[in-house]
Design a binder for this molecule. Structure first.
Ligand SMILES: NC(=O)c1ccc[n+]([C@@H]2O[C@H](COP(=O)([O-])OP(=O)(O)OC[C@H]3O[C@@H](n4cnc5c(N)ncnc54)[C@H](OP(=O)(O)O)[C@@H]3O)[C@@H](O)[C@H]2O)c1
Length: 280
């Protein structure tokens, strides 16, 4: 693993949310290989401890674990307390989850949790650490959104909506903070092999294109941050599609792909309901 970031600009400490698995864990490892110490934030403490111990073993960097639910308002005190004494040069807002399914069938509480995680938590952390980075006149903010944030996506409509907030926040801050010495980049992964793909119920072998590895996606995002790009779509084919495809075409194409699965499920559900009602 080669170093990607300059530890003098983006170190000595970085904070990475959602670093217990997937893209966040891969980002933490790339930071470790760049000689940057990492504050690991997520809910699964044992996983975070494992990731941290591997960082020290493989790259001789230090780590801290903050076990926090970022969709609960109390998370900020925990993160602030753990990082007060540290010279933080990079904040990575990566934690997230997808809520696939027909919008009206999803639980409202789950949808609100996604808003608290993707909107409130990123807003709070970027506001807090952004001020600290500007005061030290160097550092970075990497926000993980999704190619789904570029246009409406049927059957993951709410997820695409909150990803759009992350994308627009980062794109605007990129320009605001550039003259203050702070790089801001939004990473937009396409399909990537992580736990969240399994949680979405997606079988990688059914996909028209092979999903990307979390390590590659993380490396692309951090390289884009080093070059101070406003946004980066991970993967060459995804980049070409994102550039060439009009929004309306992207929405109907993704809707057709994802919709097949949910249309099938809702048909099965409605047949089940009819059977239950009519006994036929
Ligand atoms: N994989 C893809 O195909 C794909 C595509 C586009 C965008 N993305 C984005 O990439 C980011 C990383 O996802 P991933 O694919 O790497 O999935 P993942 O392996 O499931 O990782 C999600 C991370 O977020 C953390 N997290 C979730 N809810 C949390 C909460 N309430 N509080 C604190 N941490 C929480 C999880 O940790 P705990 O469970 O330990 O809390 C985990 O570390 C997400 O923002 C996702 O939207 C992924």
């Amino acid at each position: 693993m080669r170093p990607i970031l300059d530890k003098h600009r983006f170190g000595p400490w970085a904070v990475v949310t959602g670093s217990s698995s997937g893209i966040g864990k891969a980002i933490a490892r790339h930071l470790g290989s760049s000689g940057i110490n990492v504050v690991l934030v997520a809910r699964r403490e044992a996983e975070l401890e494992r990731v941290g111990a591997e960082l020290t073993r493989d790259f001789s960097v230090d780590y801290r674990v903050v076990q926090a639910d970022l969709s609960a308002p109390s998370f900020f005190d925990e993160v602030e307390r753990a990082t007060r004494e540290l010279d933080v040069g990079l904040i990575v807002g990566n934690a997230g989850f997808a809520s696939p399914g027909e919008f009206l069938t999803l639980e409202r509480e789950e949808l609100l949790r996604a808003v608290r995680l993707k909107v409130d938590a990123n807003l709070t952390l970027v506001h807090h650490f952004g001020r600290r980075l500007v005061a030290r006149k160097r550092g970075g903010i990497l926000l993980v959104s999704s190619i789904g944030g570029l246009a409406g996506v049927p059957y993951v409509a709410h997820t695409a909506g909150v990803e759009a907030y992350v994308l627009n926040l980062g794109e605007g801050l990129h320009v605001e903070l550039e003259p203050r010495g702070v790089h801001v980049t939004v990473l937009m992964p396409g399909p990537t092999l992580t736990e969240s793909m399994a949680k979405m119920g997606v079988d990688p072998s059914d996909m028209p294109l092979k999903p990307m590895s979390a390590e590659r996606c993380a490396a692309e995002g951090l390289s884009a941050l080093a070059r101070n790009r406003a946004t980066h779509v991970a993967g060459r084919v995804n980049r070409i599609m994102a550039k060439l495809m009009p929004r309306a075409v992207a929405t109907s194409m993704m809707g057709a792909m994802i919709g097949k699965k949910f249309a099938h499920e809702s048909l099965a559900n409605s047949r089940g309901a009819t059977r239950a009602l009519t006994g036929k």
